[in-house]
Write a protein that binds this ligand. Structure first.
Ligand code: SF4
Length: 410
């Protein structure tokens, strides 16, 4: 038994010489080509959509957009790999009509047209919706941390900058002292040490430059009124999970259509916490889909009462597990206290009624208490303090409705 053998490379064959014959009639790349051909690129805001009267001709943005979308559909993001694909991938050869832009041109196209590409993506989503390729009624939302190019060494806070400047100043003072010692020795008749003198002067100049750089960063940080800054990538922020080191990163939010698995909308934020992003990201996805109502499925990191309430007011129905704090198993849990919407009171496990007794503005919560705690037989099981306090969020009703919907399977 032998092996499967390939064909002799020198074997002559009557292969079609037309590149179009190599692409199947129903290949996705044909959809990409037809879709881009029907776009009004100038209207979408692409640079050089109209050719200049003078100068060297450039690549048409339609060709660059075709390559960008084809790369996206084939999970090729690297401009160098896209450059190579233009020379050896049959689909890319067909799509680009054998044009082969270099990787710098491909990277520059992405860099120079971020907003136009987002608008083209939104048009693509609309196109898919019109063709019935996406459901457009239910989407899934999640976020991921994307590493910035900047090194962790470029993260600086006010304390660290002040410490580094003080350390640099001490080092400068040390080398100045060394120079003073040499001067002193020369006045006492010893030989000068030009090599040492030159080395110390060089170290001082280098430290002085470092100090100037740190001082510049310090004033930039003060101007931005932020706690930390990532130099080199000022939009990035230190982010990380749990106790892992916080590295310069971005928070990438993606909304995916549940029916088709297509990304409907994505955006990049520098807020590491997802809980404030539910409303803006969901609303943007709803706008892209041009939907009257949208169902959003997401995880507990987004179950922020205020955001869920804002979504409700815009016909965005959210389903997310409710995040509850650590439970104290020794005492009655907050879920054992039943809220009555009509009377705006809470009934405790002893059957007493807790009424409003103030607000916690920072936490956006209302306090509920009862004076019955003083003589309550269940108090040891309820609170170690004088009185049990239940905090109910201003927008808790939105979370309650969401939870009821989830349990009802709606
Ligand atoms: S201590 Fe107060 S809140 Fe707790 S069960 Fe008794 S009356 Fe109710």
């Amino acid at each position: 038994m032998g092996f499967i053998e390939g064909v002799d490379r020198r074997q002559e064959a009557l292969l079609p010489s037309c590149v179009d014959d190599y692409i199947a009639p129903d290949a996705l790349v044909r959809v990409v080509d037809a879709f881009v051909a029907n776009l009004d690129l100038a209207d979408l805001g692409f640079d050089r959509a109209v050719s200049a009267a003078t100068g060297r001709p450039g690549y048409h943005p339609a060709d660059m957009l075709r390559l960008y979308i084809w790369g996206y559909l084939n999970q090729v993001r690297s401009s160098r790999i896209l450059e190579r694909a233009c020379g050896r991938d049959l689909e890319a050869l067909w799509l680009m009509r054998r044009l082969a832009p270099d990787y710098r041109t491909i990277a520059a196209f992405r860099h120079d047209n971020p907003e136009a590409i987002v608008r083209a993506s939104a048009t693509f989503v609309q196109f898919c919706r019109e063709q019935g390729l996406i459901g457009g009624r239910t989407v899934a939302l999640d976020g991921t941390k994307m590493r910035a190019v900047a090194s962790a060494k470029n993260i600086a806070g006010a304390d660290r900058l002040a410490r580094d400047i003080a350390h640099t100043e001490r080092e400068i003072a040390y080398y100045l002292d060394r120079l003073d010692v040499i001067d002193e020795q020369v006045t006492q008749g010893f030989d000068d040490q030009p090599a040492h003198r030159e080395a110390f002067a060089g170290a001082i100049a280098s430290l002085q430059r470092r100090k100037d750089r740190l001082a510049k960063r310090q004033s930039e940080l003060a101007k931005r009124e932020e706690k930390v800054i990532v130099f080199g990538e000022p939009e990035a922020r230190p982010m990380g999970y749990g106790r892992a080191p916080k590295l310069p990163s971005y928070n990438l939010q993606s909304v995916v259509d549940v029916k088709s698995g297509l990304i409907i909308h994505h955006d990049v934020f520098n807020d590491a916490n997802d809980s404030h992003l539910l409303h803006p990201v969901s609303l943007a996805a709803k706008d892209v889909l041009d939907a009257d109502e949208l169902h959003v499925l997401t995880d507990g990191g987004y179950s922020n009462a205020e955001e869920v309430a804002r979504c409700e007011s815009e016909a965005i129905i959210v389903s997310a597990p409710i995040k509850r704090g650590a439970m104290n198993t020794e005492h009655f849990r907050p879920t054992q206290f039943v809220y009555d919407d009509e009377s705006d009171t809470i009934r405790c496990p002893a059957g007493q009624t807790l009424r409003r007794s103030g607000k916690h503005t920072r936490n956006r919560a209302i306090r509920y208490r009862t004076s019955a705690c003083k003589s309550c037989a269940l108090k040891p099981r309820c609170t170690p303090g004088v009185q049990r306090t239940i905090h109910r969020l201003f927008d808790q009703s939105a979370l309650d409705r969401m939870e009821a919907r989830i349990y009802a399977g709606a």
